[in-house]
Design a protein around this ligand. Structure first.
Ligand SMILES: Nc1nc2c(ncn2[C@@H]2O[C@H](COP(=O)(O)OP(=O)(O)OP(=O)(O)O)[C@@H](O)[C@H]2O)c(=O)[nH]1
Ligand SMILES: [Mg+2]
Length: 290
């Protein structure tokens, strides 16, 4: 896990992200509210401190996406944590839940303030300008499509889908700016990079897949052994070695070599894919701080 080669591999900041980061300042200036999207399954690792450092006094709403994929109790704990740390935050299933009401609640004080200001200077109400940002694949474009009620922004389950900024008018109340996902330039820890790769926010080629699956397995063993047991028909993972677990996964899922032996590489890939597709249940990889 800690070989110098692997450490080198996870520092990933392609040119288009540098460009997108440099382009943010003027958009930020004209925005009324910054909506930062992070993944509810790893709310800390999926935030980018580099983006937050730009915000200054700008009103900010944190939206934890993929609520339907995260452990509900853990998400609740994160929301209480934010509430007690003066962070405006909501959690949502951006794919299936109409988030307009949620957003209106989260942004209500900002809307009221803007309307009061406009009224004072005799100005017609203008739509609130929302700048949507975050790391890749967290659901920024999905958030915009959800509000717009149409596929106004391209969204897909891989990092780097949005490549350029795009304004989308959503209603009389909101105009939104979709932005390309931007990763931190440097990761504070290897653990964070591993979490981001599990969430699909870093391209798969960037990390050694086997090591990634092993890290995910370690996390799942400690946090959600029952999910592994249920999905792969294992009675008790506790006494088993990783190799034995992969062997059981391979047999259960039919990941076998031509000779009928368990294919460990396929079993590792299968585990990662099952997590990414939500087939292991609602799991959170990071608990809220106490
Ligand atoms: N289950 C679930 N899937 C979601 C949710 N939000 C987004 N997704 C999925 O996550 C994937 C990424 O969504 P995008 O909206 O393209 O993410 P993005 O942040 O715009 O990604 P980039 O443009 O690559 O930076 C897509 O497959 C979405 O359908 C959610 O709340 N729940
Ligand atoms: Mg996008």
């Amino acid at each position: 896990m800690n070989s110098p080669k692997q450490r080198q591999n996870i520092h990933y900041f392609p040119g288009h992200m540098a460009k997108a980061f440099a382009a943010l300042a003027p958009y930020l200036k004209s925005a009324d509210l910054v909506v930062e999207i992070a993944d509810a399954r790893a709310p800390s690792a999926s935030r980018n401190p580099m983006l937050l450092s730009l915000l200054g006094e700008k009103p900010h709403l944190l939206v934890l996406s993929k609520l339907d994929r995260a452990d509900p109790k853990v998400t609740e704990a994160w929301l209480s944590y934010y509430q007690s740390h003066q962070t405006n935050a909501i959690a949502s299933d951006l794919k299936h839940e109409k988030i307009i009401r949620n957003l209106l609640t989260g942004a209500s004080s900002m809307i009221t303030r803007k309307r009061e200001k406009e009224q004072k200077i005799g100005m017609k109400p203008q739509p609130l300008r929302l700048l949507v940002l975050g790391i890749p694949n967290v659901g920024k474009s999905t958030f915009i499509n959800n509000l717009a009620g149409r596929n106004a922004a391209k969204a897909a389950n891989r990092p780097g889908v949005t490549r350029a900024e795009q304004w989308v008018k959503v209603s009389q109340d909101f105009v939104l700016l979709d932005t390309p996902g931007i990763l931190p330039m440097n990761y504070p820890s290897e653990e964070q990079a591993i979490l981001l790769a599990c969430l699909g926010s870093i391209k798969e080629e960037v990390l050694p897949l086997d090591a990634l699956a092993d890290s995910l397995l370690a996390l799942l063993r400690s946090r959600y052994p029952a999910c592994l047991e249920e999905r792969y028909g294992i009675a008790d993972v506790t006494p088993l070695s990783d190799t034995m677990i992969y062997e059981k996964i391979a047999k259960r899922m039919g990941y076998l070599s031509a000779g009928g032996n368990p294919d460990f590489s396929k079993a590792r890939r299968g585990l990662l894919k099952d997590f990414q597709d939500g087939l292991l249940g609602r799991l959170s990889l990071e608990g809220a701080p106490c």
